[in-house]
Ligand binder design. Structure first.
Ligand code: GLY
Length: 367
């Protein structure tokens, strides 16, 4: 399918969806003709002030991060500060090769990080993209939100901004990440001059990362007052073209929160999410009365429906992974995944644990 015909298909679908909506579009009250064809849900009763169920949820790689964020939420720390502190643990971890220090680099072997933060109580957001040499992009994104009149800084400008605020520059490429990148480069083509080492000489750890891994952490937290904030941080698609920016730092795509409704954030193939602004859509669906799980699954179906043919497997299913993590104002949560089984992390009064995502397709993506 050409891009033009897939675009036409998308527009037809979008037009049908818009036609089914009331004049105010997604922000208007739910009606029986909403895209899922379900009757309008009644608004759920919210907990009394000060009695919202405190919790933090994240992508699977953020179990320790949710634990830390939960502790801070319980201590009364601002919801965004709690989330950023949780994410910092993963950004500092060289063993997580999809976030911060030790993240896999771009095609030239340089680590470029993206991150965004959103603070529910003030509805303010900040983000940085293609940031080099600074291992905690979520902290820089929070400063963009608090100490500038802007929302998004990129590349050299983001680096200078971080420098001005005293962030230390360092080489973010670990030896392990360098070796994985080098093997990718050596194996890329038989028409260039790079030759991979013989199989027997290859460290199995390096082989494990063959392909284009996507990772990322998304973390959202709600406190007893019912305030919600969230953070997404990533090194992005491994071996990307320098300057490529994914969904993570784009408000509405990599994350979104409306303090009266809930939050949504993502990990996985950023391009698929960017073309649907899925985190914004997920929150708007919860506003219409869907549960976090229903909203997440509807978002996945939308993304699947607009996927170009070149990214579909032989059964017409998206050949990539994509996950969303949703938290509603009344404290319900869900993780949803294009492919499963898949998991995500939660910490609340019952403790820290890994939970199962609901998924659209069973198995592994073909990519
Ligand atoms: N979701 C992370 C990325 O695509 O960069």
């Amino acid at each position: 399918m050409s891009d033009l015909s897939s675009r036409r298909k998308f527009l037809t679908g979008a037009a049908a969806a818009v036609a089914a909506l009331p004049a105010g579009g997604l922000l208007a009250a739910p009606q029986a003709t909403a895209p899922t064809q379900r009757p309008a849900a009644q608004p759920r009763k919210l907990p009394a002030a000060g009695q919202f169920p405190v919790k933090a949820i994240s992508s699977k790689n953020g179990l320790a991060a949710t634990k830390r964020a939960y502790e801070l939420l319980m201590q009364g720390k601002d919801t965004l500060d709690a989330c950023v502190e949780g994410v910092t643990i993963v950004e500092n971890d060289p063993n997580d090769m999809t976030v911060g220090y030790g993240g896999l680099p771009n095609e030239e072997g340089v680590v470029e990080l993206d991150a965004a933060v959103m603070h529910g109580p003030t509805h303010q957001a900040g983000s940085v993209a293609a940031l080099r040499n600074i291992k905690n992009p979520a902290q820089v994104a929070r400063l963009v939100m608090r100490q500038t009149d802007h929302v998004l800084l990129v590349g050299e400008g983001a680096l200078r901004f971080a420098r001005a605020h005293g962030f230390q520059e360092e080489n973010l490429l670990t030896e392990k990440a360098r070796k994985i990148w080098l093997y990718w480069k050596q194996s890329l083509s038989e028409k260039d001059d790079w030759i991979p080492p013989p199989d027997l000489e290859l460290d199995p750890e390096i082989r494990k990362y063959f392909g284009r891994p996507t990772g990322t952490i998304h973390l959202a937290g709600i406190n007893a007052a019912g305030d919600i904030s969230c953070v997404t941080s990533t090194s992005g698609l491994a071996f990307k073209i320098p300057g490529r920016v994914g969904d993570s730092p784009i408000v509405g795509a990599g994350l979104y929160v409306d303090n009266t409704v809930g939050s949504c954030g993502s990990t996985g193939r950023g391009e698929a999410n960017l073309q649907n602004l899925s985190s914004f859509a997920g929150v708007e669906m919860m506003r219409q009365g869907m549960s976090p799980e229903e909203a997440g699954m509807e978002v996945l179906r939308r993304v699947a429906k607009t996927t170009p043919k070149r990214l579909l497997d032989d059964k017409g299913r998206p050949n990539y992974s994509l996950k969303f993590y949703l938290l509603s104002k009344d404290g319900r949560h869900a993780g949803v995944s294009m492919w499963g089984p898949a998991e995500f992390s939660v910490t609340d009064k019952s403790g820290s644990r890994i939970e199962k995502c609901v998924f659209l397709h069973e198995g592994e993506p073909a990519d």
